[in-house]
Write a protein that binds this ligand. Structure first.
Ligand code: NAP
Length: 249
């Protein structure tokens, strides 16, 4: 019997869990535990870190998992590296479900930066009204540029207020629409967007809205991914599961 562990925390992971449940596959969805209130899922979930690559390898063995699908966010680099190493060490079939990056089109005003620290440095200069579309983990770094007013949007209400001098905080887990993000950016007088190049549909409304309004975007490029087989579609994950089962995994 095949037994699939999905590393989640994304809309794609939830969609894969639904597809596997509909096929009657045995699957478990793993969350890091960053949000207080994960959505209900049609497969069992488990929450919290594994304790590095070794911990994940031990978890795969103890649970008799045959397949590991890494459907984590493209910026969750540590867990993806751990997943590749743990799958190798435990001889479990491993696949990454990733999203294509967003691409700039003619007229886009993107400045590419390699990481959060560079995005902070790119905000040197006079005060602006900045939409910081990053999630709460990296927001505090922007306290180093206190001249700006920041629009923040978090999935959950934070335990303590963000340590940014001037900000407006929205709590909303989306999905977001172009019309909604256009209205939000206009209402808030946003003149610059800072975003990670997450790719995919769930988070792209802000990029489309910035494009429609002609706003500059500081685009944080993705961290490197491990050498591994990767697909973009859930159908391809299902085909891979069937194929690897035929090979006797
Ligand atoms: N980074 C983002 O921008 C972003 C955006 C949206 C959603 N997310 C989701 O949020 C979660 C954490 O992201 P991150 O950037 O903090 O990850 P990360 O830096 O790659 O991972 C840090 C540690 O968190 C644990 N972890 C991460 N994902 C896990 C999962 N799905 N199940 C169990 N443990 C997990 C692992 O702990 P151990 O070493 O102890 O196993 C990992 O070493 C991921 O599930 C990701 O898909 C991230």
């Amino acid at each position: 019997m095949r037994n699939i562990l999905i590393l989640g925390g994304t809309m794609e992971a939830s969609a894969l869990a639904r597809a596997l449940a509909e096929r009657g596959e045995q699957a478990t969805l793993s969350y890091a535990g960053r949000t207080g209130n994960p959505r209900a899922q049609p497969v069992p979930i488990r929450v919290g870190g594994f304790g590095g690559a070794d911990g994940l390898a031990a978890f795969l063995k103890a649970g008799a998992f045959t397949h590991l699908v890494d459907a984590t966010h493209p910026f969750a680099a540590a867990i993806s590296a751990n997943a590749a190493a743990a799958a190798r060490a435990s001889d479990v079939a491993h696949l990454m479900l990733t999203r294509p990056e967003w691409q700039a089109v003619d007229g886009d005003r993107w400045t590419h930066v390699p990481d959060i620290a560079s995005a902070v440095r790119a905000l040197d200069g006079p005060a602006r009204r900045v939409m910081l579309a990053l999630g709460r983990m990296h927001v505090e770094a922007f306290a180093a540029q206190p001249q700006h007013h920041y629009l923040l949007r978090f999935v959950d209400a934070p335990d303590a207020p963000p340590a940014l001098l001037r900000h407006h905080l929205l709590v909303d887990r989306g999905p977001f629409t172009l019309a909604g993000d256009l209205a939000l950016m206009r209402d808030q007088g946003i003149d610059l967007v800072v975003a990670k190049n997450a790719g995919g549909e769930g988070a792209r409304a802000k990029i489309d809205a910035a494009r429609a309004l002609g706003l500059p975007v500081i685009m944080i490029d993705r961290p490197p991914v491990p050498q591994a087989q990767a697909v973009h579609d859930i159908g391809d994950v299902l085909a891979w599961i069937d194929h690897s089962a035929h090979r006797g995994v």
